[in-house]
Design a protein around this ligand. Sequence first.
Ligand code: FE2
Length: 96
Amino acid sequence: MTIPPHGHGTWEALIVYSGRLSHTVSERTDDGVAERHADLKVVDDWVLEHGDMVVMPPAEIHRFTALSSDTYVITIVGGKYKVNHHFFFRQSKRPT
Ligand SMILES: [Fe+2]
């Protein structure tokens, strides 16, 4: 299972209870003006295992993928997600 890149608008702690998890942090490199388009650059990428924890600040974008069928995570969110928080899906190159 993969959760695509997304932001929350609030902090989130993620703890690996079991299994292994690929976790990637990205930053947005475009100016945010184009509707339904974003350029993301990976700034951190690592594998988390049982007992590992990350805390995502409100402005960060992260993505994660379970690397084994026994992967379970616990998340703690600092309040409600921002009403218009974003998910980023890969799309084929835009026509020119
Ligand atoms: Fe998240």
